[in-house]
Design a binder for this molecule. Structure first.
Ligand code: ZN
Length: 253
């Protein structure tokens, strides 16, 4: 416990801090490269999953529509059965009519029920057509969905392959980066992360290259280069804000 506390409070020289930061930069750059390798795949997988979920919802809605049309057809068929039964009943009653008025009434009722049957048959045809149209759309949608699902499996496999190929390497890098981060004082680490976020290439620590900043390639005055070489202060590029170190500290030259 005491030992842990001691190490956490250990004071590093500026040179050590810069060296640690540069090592950290190297690790996170390697992790960035792995992420670049995965590229747009994670996003493409997510998009496909969203699209498939949308298509599945639409398919389910269409299937509900078809069920409703089928139920409407059944309802119309029941109406036809009722009307047919009534016609049968009226026809039996026709055999026992006592006067013309009764005969006329029954005939009218039979005629009316006949029209009801015709109307119901027309409805059945209409619902049938609607159901057929929906079925066509369902078939098209199902085909589309199948294609998208195939695409998703392919993309997922590609992504998994890349991840499995790079997983061990990435874990090792992340572990190393974590250890290095623990050695950097919080304020400096926050600054490092902020600079990195703002830099297009993710570089927060760069070394001087041909008298210029290795991040933005603006010329650095000789006096500043001297200060950088001395490793007594943390010096940032006045143009891009990146932390600059001398090539020797980066193990270059
Ligand atoms: Zn710069």
């Amino acid at each position: 416990m005491a030992k842990e506390k001691q190490s956490a409070e250990k004071e590093y020289t500026v040179e050590e801090k810069l060296s640690t930061l540069y090592q950290l930069q190297t690790m996170v750059t390697e992790i960035d490269k792995i992420k670049t390798l995965r590229g747009e795949l994670p996003l493409e997988v997510q998009d496909l999953e969203d699209e498939i979920a949308g298509l599945e919802t639409r398919l389910s809605n269409y299937q509900t529509d078809v069920k409703e049309y089928d139920q409407s057809v059944i309802a119309q068929k029941n109406k036809i059965a009722d009307s047919t039964a009534l016609i049968e009943k009226y026809k039996t009653q026709l055999d026992n009519v006592r006067n013309n008025r009764e005969f006329d009434n029954l005939t009218k009722e039979i005629e009316f029920q006949g029209l009801e049957i015709e109307f119901a048959e027309k409805k059945i045809r209409e619902f049938g057509e609607l159901a057929n149209q929906k079925q066509d759309e369902i078939a098209q949608l199902a085909e589309n969905l199948e294609g998208r699902r195939g695409d998703l499996v392919q993309k997922q496999n590609e992504l998994e392959e890349i991840i499995s190929e790079t997983k061990q390497e990435e874990e090792k890098l992340r572990e190393k980066a974590k250890k290095l981060e623990a050695m950097v004082e919080p304020r400096l680490l926050t600054a490092f992360k902020r600079i990195r976020k703002g830099a297009r290439n993710g570089l927060a620590v760069v070394y001087i290259q041909r008298d210029a900043c290795g991040g933005c390639f603006n010329k650095i005055p000789p006096q500043k280069q001297m200060d950088i070489k001395l490793r007594k202060k943390i010096i940032v590029c006045e143009y891009c804000g990146r932390i600059m170190i001398d090539p020797e500290l980066a193990g270059v030259e």
